[in-house]
Design a protein around this ligand. Structure first.
Ligand code: NAD
Ligand code: UD1
Length: 342
């Protein structure tokens, strides 16, 4: 297949590019490098020994997007491009609505114009808001607690309306739980621009000596050790989930049908912050100093998926466990202490 990937230079995008190229697909990346660097795609080329066609463009630029769709025969789009920092979205909501929601509207309009009707979209477990029970199934009610989450929810609703209007489309909505880890080569991985907001990149930076101490947000949650529990998933498993979704949607197309499929991509296994610290210490041989501080506003006690629907619908299941997640995150961080920066 010839697949257009928006945001393909980012953390999940690069890993997905590798998996797609290794599966024999052709890819075209559109990225404005607002949160990434071109060198990440050079690393993808190095790992796969294949070349990647890259357009530096904003997905909200309909002229550029139209030219890209005119210049290529595209079978499907994987749509990663968007901003993802929850705290920033609270401070600058318009930036998030403009980039995430408007960007998606432009992309959909250009896909429609070009007759490209297969789309895989990056959603998030954040759309479950405060789940009443665990594990989380796709059928659970959705809500948002911040503008970032609301953009994901809005886009899901837009896609649902879009499908209702033309049910010959094939749309896969993938709700990611907590992506961590890196490619086995240690060549690509998560490279935050600033102080990391998320747990795993913060721990990795402590291990490599860039930060002193982890602040564990909350030691009084109703969990076995009092710290927050999340469903961490290896980014390679996540990347493979996109291939499974594309293959599944291609089968739907072969049957002459359309589909709107929403699935969780998680492992179904939750780990606490303290368990993550211990696992990372074991994988890296480094000590991770920490102190328990107040809860972070907007956090929930526990969040983990029921991932059986992805297996049932697309034959996908995660292959990697916590040890690989920590080992691979550490391999990347150790080789690239400053991420992609020189
Ligand atoms: P990332 O920031 O590393 O990658 C996003 C990429 O999109 C970047 O390369 C950025 O430059 C590009 N981009 C942003 N806006 C763009 C625009 N208007 N036009 C063109 N390119 C643009 O993020 P990621 O972690 O790889 O996440 C990818 C997607 O998955 C995002 O939509 C994110 O919201 C979603 N998601 C991520 C997580 C996570 O924890 N990483 C969890 C759930 C969902
Ligand atoms: C965060 C976002 C969520 C987003 C997800 C993936 C918030 C409130 N939520 O989720 O919307 O979909 O990232 O990008 O930002 N922790 C610490 N110390 C730290 C960092 C984290 O103790 O310095 C704890 C958190 O309290 C949480 C766990 O580690 O219990 C995981 O945190 P994080 O990696 O930020 O992910 P989420 O909170 O699940």
């Amino acid at each position: 297949m010839n697949i257009l990937i928006t945001g393909g230079a980012g953390y999940i995008g690069t890993h997905t590019c590798v998996e797609l190229l290794e599966a024999g697909h052709e890819i075209i990346v559109v990225d404005n490098f607002s949160n990434s660097l071109p060198v990440a795609l050079e690393r993808v080329e190095k790992i796969t020994a294949k070349s990647v066609l890259v357009y530096e463009a904003d997905i909200s630029d309909s002229q550029k997007m139209s030219a890209i769709f005119s210049a290529h025969v595209i079978d499907a789009v994987i749509h990663f491009a968007g901003f993802k920092a929850v705290g920033e979205s609270v401070k600058e909501p318009l930036k998030y609505y403009a980039n995430n929601v408007n960007g998606t509207l432009v992309l959909l309009a250009e896909m429609q114009r070009a007759g490209v009707k297969t789309l895989v979209f990056s959603s998030s477990a954040t759309v479950y808001g405060l789940p009443e029970t665990l594990p989380i199934k796709e059928s659970f009610p959705t809500s948002a607690t911040n503008p970032y989450g609301r953009t994901k929810l809005m886009i899901e609703e837009i896609l649902s309306d879009f499908y209702l209007a033309d049910d010959s489309w094939r749309i896969g909505i993938l709700r990611y739980f907590n992506p961590v880890g890196a490619h086995k080569s240690g060549q690509i991985g998560e490279s935050p621009n600033d102080i990391p907001n998320n747990l795993m990149p913060f721990i990795s930076q402590i291990a490599v000596g860039k930060r002193d101490k982890l602040r564990v947000f909350g030691g009084d949650y109703p969990t076995p050790d009092g710290t927050g529990i999340r469903d961490y998933i290896h980014v390679i498993d996540l990347a493979k989930g996109h291939l499974s979704a594309l293959n599944h949607l291609a089968e739907t197309q072969q049957k002459g049908m359309g589909e709107l499929l929403t699935v969780n991509l998680g492992t179904g296994q939750g780990y606490s912050v303290l368990e993550m610290i211990k696992a990372f210490e074991k994988a890296s041989g480094k000590t991770i100093p920490f102190e328990i501080v107040a809860r972070r506003s907007g956090d929930i006690a526990a969040c983990y998926s029921d991932s059986s629907y992805a297996k049932q619908m697309m034959g996908w299941k995660p292959l990697y466990g916590l040890e690989d997640m920590c080992k691979d995150a550490w391999h990347w961080q150790k080789n690239n202490p400053n991420g992609y920066e020189k």
